[in-house]
Write a protein that binds this ligand. Structure first.
Ligand SMILES: NC(=O)c1ccc[n+]([C@@H]2O[C@H](COP(=O)([O-])OP(=O)(O)OC[C@H]3O[C@@H](n4cnc5c(N)ncnc54)[C@H](OP(=O)(O)O)[C@@H]3O)[C@@H](O)[C@H]2O)c1
Length: 347
């Protein structure tokens, strides 16, 4: 697969919208390894771009473009000469979108439509858009806006002969900006009790590196109209907090307080709904949900397997597995001196 990815990316001009974000930053790093002709980064905040320019000062193939996906003319300008687009620019915080719904509409929906139109007009070969489990049976504005983003990207009536549109959907990226891991770290460093929304609330979990690999995999494997979902484990937020606190302090009974669910939150997330299962294809590690047009000819998963793919039912990460993920991602380091981890690492 790495060879195929290499062939697909080598010598190409690429654009990463939201290239200064958690995912954007990680994929830019990875893309640079595949000998691209150029990597353009498109986002609004000049400070984040300035810092990234500094970090990547050795990388002459990076280009930085300030602008907003809400602005069609600017999106059109940055799209010129681009072969592959990774669309990661988004408003992704559930409570923020809940309190400013139309801002979510403007970035996640209007921005997606601008990007689609500009890509087709510029003759871009491939557009990969990043979606979220919150877009499935959405109960909050962020999820609703991302569900519409998926429809805009994969709408068969928008199909273009020259541009392939693929979506990738995944759950919580451990440690991404604004996620629960950096929040919990702050509490632990201050010695304060961890705020737990609900002890039984579960979330799918993957690392940034896994998210990047999934997107590159779908870039090569995906056909126009495909929505790819990776199978992934889950955990309760409480267990995640406990393991992080243990890893950072050695305390197995770190204090917590129950604060209740926030506006727009679900108890469990779903990556493939029951209705989507009717037309999905199950592979070893992924589900493929074809566009409506293609699914006319695809039988989908066979009888009796129409159950949704929910964070409540999948493999729940053991404490040891979580500890390993947090260490691999650098959230727990040797200087945290967690003490003996025999119990957790065999959990
Ligand atoms: N993090 C997760 O757990 C998770 C899970 C599933 C899916 N996803 C999806 O993955 C994608 C990337 O998420 P992330 O975690 O990397 O988010 P992030 O760290 O918040 O980054 C978002 C990026 O988008 C840019 N941006 C925001 N609004 C923009 C606009 N109107 N025009 C241009 N750029 C804009 C931001 O930069 P500026 O602020 O400078 O513009 C930033 O570079 C999103 O589509 C998100 O929905 C994330």
């Amino acid at each position: 697969m790495r060879d195929k990815i290499s062939t697909a990316l080598e010598g190409k001009h690429m654009l990463v919208t939201g290239g200064t974000g958690s995912f954007g930053h990680a994929i830019v790093k990875e893309l640079a390894r595949f000998q691209p002709a150029s990597i353009s980064i498109f986002s609004r905040d000049e400070k984040k771009q300035y810092e990234m320019q500094h970090e990547f000062s050795h990388e002459c193939r990076l280009r930085f473009f300030l602008g907003d996906v809400r602005d069609f003319e600017r999106t059109r300008e940055v799209m010129r000469g681009i072969d592959i687009v990774f669309h990661a620019a988004a408003l992704k915080q559930v409570p923020n979108c809940e309190f400013a719904p139309f801002e979510a509409v403007r970035t996640n929906i209007v921005g997606a439509e601008n990007l689609r139109r500009a890509a087709v007009e510029a003759g871009v070969k491939t557009v990969i858009a990043i979606s979220t489990d919150k877009a499935v049976k959405p109960v909050n504005v962020m999820g609703m806006s991302k569900a519409i983003q998926e429809r805009i990207m994969l709408n068969p009536t928008n199909e273009s002969e020259s541009t392939k549109f693929v979506c990738v959907r995944y759950g919580n990226v451990m440690g991404s900006r604004g996620s629960v891991v950096p929040l919990f770290c702050d509490y632990i460093l201050k010695g304060e009790a961890l705020p737990i929304t609900h002890p039984d609330m579960t979330r799918f979990q993957l690392t940034l590196q896994e998210a990047v690999h999934l997107v590159l995999w779908a870039t090569v494997r995906g056909e126009s109209g495909d929505l790819w979902v990776r199978k992934m484990p889950a955990t309760t937020i409480r267990t995640l907090g406990r393991v992080l606190a243990y890893g950072m302090t050695g305390n197995e009974e770190y204090p917590e307080r129950i604060v209740g669910t926030r506006p727009g939150e679900k108890m469990h997330e779903v990556l493939v709904s029951e209705e989507e299962m009717w037309r999905a294809t199950e592979l070893e590690d992924h589900f493929l949900i074809p566009s409506w047009a293609k699914s006319q000819d695809t039988p989908g998963i066979t009888e009796g397997a129409f159950k949704e793919y929910s964070s409540e039912d999948v493999h729940q990460l053991s404490e040891g597995e979580l500890l390993e993920m947090l260490m691999a991602d650098g959230w727990i380091t040797p200087e945290h001196r967690p003490g003996p981890k025999a119990r957790l690492s065999h959990g």
